[in-house]
Design a protein around this ligand. Sequence first.
Ligand code: PLP
Length: 393
Amino acid sequence: MIPSILPTYSRAPLSFETGAGSWLTATDGRRFLDLGAGIAVNALGHAHPALVEALTEQAGKIWHLSNLYDIPQQQRLADLLVEHTFADTCFFTNSGTEACELAVKMARRYHYAKGPDRPRILTFDGCFHGRSSAAIAASGAPKMVEGFGPLLPGFTRLPWGDHEALRAAAAEPDVGAILVEPVQGEGGIRPLPDACLKGLRDLCDEHGLLLILDEVQCGMGRTGRLFAHEWAGIAPDIMMIAKGIGGGFPLGAVVATEEAAAPMTAGTHGSTYGGNPLACAVGARVMEIVSDPAFLDEVNRKAGLLRQRLEGLVAAHPQVFEEVRGAGLMLGLKCRVPNAEVVKAGYDAEILTVAAADNVLRLLPPLTITDDEIAEATARLDRAAAALAGSAA
Ligand SMILES: Cc1ncc(COP(=O)(O)O)c(C=O)c1O
């Protein structure tokens, strides 16, 4: 019999009751160190006092307002995003997938308005942009698209790192945009080198293409800058944000330059819940905290510490781990044993991690993780790896 929850996830037999900072307490009382953070959502950990305050204060006033009216909390968050990024304007969504939908629409509308029509969008192997019909078409991964056709047309997926194929595709007359994650998350924590991101910007400028960055997973301080592309010293035309910006409350956004966004006039897009006052009250508080340079300095310092410890872990367990990869607090351990087994051994050691493609174990701790928790996390991962190495011997 089909379960009452549609079984599209294979879930671990774990259930949690409360969360505080980097810790989750299970219903059986066990305390887990959370290095998954809801897959990069709980950027400030669980139950951060400032977010609890922002949410409860707003909950006592107004929960929901239609976008038919001005929403001051939305305005505040939009102003913060415009102040701290390349963008001139933003539209709020409830998820990363919805941000992808709008980013695609915006890019197509831009060329439609400017002429000639250039609807095709270039994407890359291993990319992940969500689960809507547009987002799965953008990714093209067989396991995501099988049985869901006909797919939204107009995407060409290129091999990762094939500069010649990219150059040729970008010159095609119907190509209007490039969509890319500065650090692939689901694809296995694969950072795009700064030089490549710069190269993509140059290619877009050369051919009049829009550069769309998906910073749903790698943005909001995750790599040690507010947004990952800042490391490369470039700016996109359109950027997708979600996950960390709501700190656990469903919230996403598309931010864009005035030029790219100008054709999105009244009636061209909408959302009942996007920009909801509860979400934006929390989002504004997250932005205030994460955009503080002192906060980002700490992320970088702790990222260095975690990376160093993980390098030690790889050296200590060469039969389990191959290498550390990633940027900031978006780190991956490439595994020599199946990554799902390492995730499972982590459960026994009371540490939560997330599997990614390319047999990578993802570590996406809250950005507020402490030095002691980093030491504890390494000790628990060491225990998990030792158990696996023991069972393999
Ligand atoms: C890079 C990236 N883009 C888009 C999405 C889709 O976001 P959501 O699950 O909020 O729809 C995700 C989710 O994992 C993601 O990692």
